[in-house]
Design a protein around this ligand. Structure first.
Ligand code: UD1
Ligand code: UDP
Length: 372
């Protein structure tokens, strides 16, 4: 069997690494296609190195662009590779433009698509990610839903065949790397941080960074932090802050450390030892609850409602009073902190990657891995 993995951004590399590893452990050598949606060293290569992934077979160097430019260019380049290589299945993960391009290019060549992290819905069609998720799910032959809730979302859209609830591979990644991070990373020492005494912040989502009004709200939150903050900043946010004339304000905040994006081991150690996390990231909402760190999500909706229901995550949006209010409550109310920090992980046992490899290999052997 020959599976092709198509990926192109930081979270896809992190969350697909356990699946790639599971195939390799079963003697299957996958084809690796990197679209180049993320291209800076600290947004891509650092993860390939840290996670010990094999050499990439095809670098497509798609780069940045408008939604259609990026998706269209990726589709054209992915199609060429898939026509040459004819893999048995194309595996994509998540909701980026790379995922949509990979899924569409593949299914039209009648190469079945397996979607890892299928069935997530924010029910907010203004997000590019929501469009990508919905379309990728409908182009897929095999759907790996992380939770029962995700499976129900698929059912509501009439997708009922070949749906497997396997957990989220983010748990595999965290379990495989958390101890290593604790041993190898010196990130706390480098930045002079003490465990439990800082808040970790990330925000990069289009809806928070592409309008000056929303980005200014984020800056207000940063200016009001009641404790030390560290913000490994996505290049999109850095660029927008400069473009909108907000960079000086951010860089002059006394108790805020702004740094380049960090490698996975550094980032995991920072997460694990944080007092709390403020983020608009999908993967970081998941990692926070896995690592028992309270999460305040800088959004008005989430496609990870399981984290809210479990009690480990609160949607605070971009309202300063609400965001800082919750951070203060965590600082002042021990019982509230304890409850958030002990919310159960809803994303499975860390064996999602193995299940995915087993299921796909089984379907292949039974001759069932075909576009219907
Ligand atoms: C993309 C995904 C988002 C995901 C995120 C992970 C889509 C629609 N969005 O958002 O769901 O959460 O990846 O981090 O696919 N840039 C660089 N260097 C890089 C990559 C990007 O400087 O290596 C800058 C460029 O200015 C670029 C901007 O960041 O225009 C945005 O990059 P893009 O890939 O379009 O989207 P992300 O914001 O990274
Ligand atoms: N991450 C990282 N370094 C950073 C920021 C994030 O290694 O500086 C990791 C994080 O641990 C998580 C993933 O990147 O696994 C999340 O990526 P991102 O927030 O870019 O994307 P999203 O999950 O929102 O799609």
């Amino acid at each position: 069997m020959r599976p092709a993995f198509v990926f192109g951004t930081r979270p896809e590399i992190i969350k697909l690494a356990p699946v790639i590893r599971a195939f390799e452990e079963r003697g299957v050598k996958p084809l690796l296609v990197h679209t180049g949606q993320h291209y800076d060293y600290e947004m891509s290569r650092v993860f390939l190195e840290e996670l010990g992934l094999p050499e990439i077979d095809h670098h497509l160097e798609v780069g940045s662009g408008t939604q259609a430019e990026q998706t269209g260019t990726a589709m054209i380049k992915i199609e060429r590779v898939l026509m040459d290589e004819r893999p048995d299945v194309t595996i994509v993960q998540g909701d980026t433009n790379t995922v949509l391009a990979g899924a569409l290019a593949s299914v039209k060549l009648k190469i079945p698509v397996a979607h890892v992290e299928a069935g997530l819905r924010s029910f907010d069609r203004t997000m590019p990610e929501e469009i990508n998720r919905v379309l990728a799910d409908h182009a897929s032959e095999v759907l790996f839903a992380p939770t029962e809730e995700a499976k129900k979302n698929l059912e509501r859209e009439g997708i009922t065949e070949n749906v497997y609830v396997v957990g989220n591979t983010v748990v595999d990644a965290v379990l495989q790397n958390a101890e290593l991070a604790e041993r190898k990373s010196d990130v706390l020492e480098r930045f002079g941080l003490r465990p439990g005494e800082y808040v970790l912040i990330t925000a990069h989502r289009a809806e928070n960074t592409d309008s000056r009004e929303n980005l200014a709200k984020l800056v207000e939150i940063l200016e009001s932090l009641p404790m030390i903050g560290i913000y490994p900043m996505h290049p999109r946010t850095r660029n927008r802050l400069k473009e909108f004339g907000l960079w000086e304000r951010v860089s002059s905040i006394g108790n805020l450390i702004v740094t380049k994006p960090l490698g996975y081991l550094d980032f995991l150690r920072l997460e694990r030892n944080a007092f709390a996390i403020m983020t608009d990231s999908g993967g970081i909402q998941e990692e926070a609850i896995i690592l028992n760190v309270p999460c305040l999500t800088l959004r008005y909706n989430t496609e990870r409602p399981e984290t809210i229901e479990a009690g480990g995550n609160v949607l605070v949006g971009l309202e300063k009073e609400r965001a800082i209010g919750y951070l203060r409550k965590l600082m002042d109310d021990e019982e509230f902190y304890r409850r958030m920090a002990s919310a159960p992980n809803p994303f499975g046992d860390g064996k999602a990657g193995e299940r995915i490899a087993e299921i796909l290999m089984g379907l292949y052997e039974e001759g069932k891995l075909k576009v219907k």
